[in-house]
Design a binder for this molecule. Structure first.
Ligand SMILES: Nc1ncnc2c1ncn2[C@@H]1O[C@H](COP(=O)(O)OP(=O)(O)OP(=O)(O)O)[C@@H](O)[C@H]1O
Ligand SMILES: [Mg+2]
Length: 461
């Protein structure tokens, strides 16, 4: 097959060059030249637009109802927004060895019971995939396996196929470009080819993507733009729990997370996730607080742990895990200014348990409580939960899903809950089941939590 014409385009300024260059001669940036296929297609003649393409009012547009198929793993379905949508492209990224292939083999095996499924394994041989299927005790004798790295050879194998797994996008290449598999140009071109096939033949693709050292998906950002759904499979390899997060979803809520457990028989969905984000020694040590966090459609109690130690360098360190850095710096400033608790000589470490990411503002108050607890050396009671957004003036603002959060705490056996006073209306009906402490200002909460007043006198609500 004759090589098609390619050129190198700077992803920063769009300058082109027939050869690869380390530095763009036009804008001077390094490592931005990406190989691209030169389009040889004739430009479309400026004929009248066909009636098909005419603009039409919304009421004339027919709604397509997405039929969703279950993947056999409930948590995976809920992260996708209720099931797999036909003809969609789902990208699953994750660290090496986290369990991407295991998860997709299980899903492919389940789907192959009723549908035609092709597993394109570019990284492993067919026998390796078979060994995995046998180890996981999956009955998937009908699943089609293909060990191929050239994406151009895939199309002919896709007759009648409903679902296709591509493991992984970095290991496949197209003949159209001369650069090696995994390069930015190859990844982009292969992904666009898969998209064209998916949309024209209504085949659903599950695509495995590797992540870079920084944790982002390796390859161009355009890879994520092409996909309908982008999922990250995360977790500490030493621990058995894995979290599947959606960072983009055209068919569902991105705040949804799926919790999985890695067992000998493969990836198992965890439906009782109540204990995963809470430690066993909760309430014994200073520096931990529990907050009911809303992730997508559900609410779960997450423990926030903090450690405050004397700084050895001039500049104190702030190290959050699962919490935004800027948010942490801001809350420390609020505690210093509004509650008189100083962190200027201390390194501060914050961790949201179980590897979950807390992005919503409702966890502010719990972070403040955990930080104050660590600095004052007084533990917070095991059965106390805290939520609320904290403003720069130290006031506690109302947050969404208040009723759900309180209900979750009641369900989990918590006895006391600190929450924004402005949210009280929606929580009063639980007043007989749990002690509700309305909070207007952070310093009031600190005073109530750690009975010895830590803040300055004269704080008025
Ligand atoms: N033969 C085996 N016996 C027991 N456990 C295994 C075996 N092979 C793999 N595992 C477990 O399954 C986990 C996930 O492996 P898997 O191949 O699914 O990861 P992956 O994310 O696809 O990795 P990669 O990025 O290298 O393709 C491994 O980390 C390991 O703990
Ligand atoms: Mg793999």
């Amino acid at each position: 097959m004759a090589k098609s014409l390619t050129q190198f385009v700077c992803s920063e300024c769009g300058a082109t060059s027939p050869k690869w260059l380390g530095r763009c001669p036009s804008c001077g940036t390094f490592n931005t030249m990406v190989e691209e296929k030169v389009s040889t297609a004739e430009p479309l003649k400026s004929a009248k637009p066909s009636p098909f393409n005419r603009a039409k009012p919304l009421y004339e547009v027919t709604e397509e109802s997405f039929s969703r198929t279950s993947s056999g793993i409930s948590e995976f379905d809920s992260v996708l927004g209720g099931g797999i949508v036909a003809g969609s492209l789902v990208l699953i990224g994750g660290d090496p060895g986290i369990g991407k292939s295991t998860l997709l083999t299980q899903i492919a095996a389940h789907l192959s019971e009723n549908y035609k499924v092709l597993y394109l394994s570019a990284e492993e041989s067919c026998s390796q995939v078979k060994m995995r299927a046998r180890r996981l005790e999956l009955g998937c004798e009908n699943m089609l396996l293909l060990n191929e790295t050239c994406i151009d050879n895939l199309e002919s194998e896709l007759d009648g196929v409903n679902f296709c797994v591509v493991d992984s996008i970095q290991a496949v290449y197209t003949d159209d470009l001369s650069s090696s598999a995994g390069s930015v140009g190859q990844v982009r071109e292969c992904a666009s080819k898969l998209m064209r096939i998916a949309k024209s033949r209504s085949i659903t693709f599950f695509i495995v993507g590797h992540v870079t050292k920084e944790g982002a998906l390796a390859g161009p950002k355009v890879l994520e733009h092409i996909m309908d759904t982008v999922l990250y499979f995360e977790g500490e390899k030493q621990e058995n729990f894995r979290i599947l997060r959606a960072v983009k979803n055209r068919f569902g809520n991105v705040a949804e997370v799926g919790v999985f457990e890695m067992t000998d028989s493969g990836v198992r969905a965890v439906t009782d996730y109540s204990g995963i984000f809470l430690s066993e020694s909760r309430g014994e040590e200073a520096g931990a607080a529990v907050t009911p966090a809303q992730t997508g459609a559900r609410c779960m109690n997450v423990e926030i742990q903090t450690l405050v130690s004397k700084t050895s360098f001039g500049l104190p360190r702030r190290m959050p895990l699962g919490v935004d850095y800027n948010k942490l710096v801001l809350l420390i400033a609020v505690l210093e200014k509004r509650c008189g608790i100083s962190f200027s000589g201390s390194d501060v470490y914050v961790n949201a348990m179980g590897g979950i990411k807390l992005n919503e503002p409702s966890c502010d108050l719990a972070i403040c409580a955990a930080l104050a607890s660590a600095q004052l050396g007084v533990p917070i009671d095991k059965y106390t939960a805290i939520f609320g957004e904290v403003g720069l003036t130290g006031e506690v603002r109302a947050v969404g899903y208040c009723e759900k959060r309180v209900a979750e705490c009641v369900k989990m056996g918590f006895k006391r809950i600190y929450m924004p006073a402005k949210n009280m209306k929606s929580a009063v009906k639980y007043a007989d089941k749990i002690t509700i402490v309305p909070v207007l200002y952070v310093n009031k909460m600190i005073k109530s939590l750690f009975s010895s007043p830590a803040e300055k006198d004269g704080d008025n609500e």
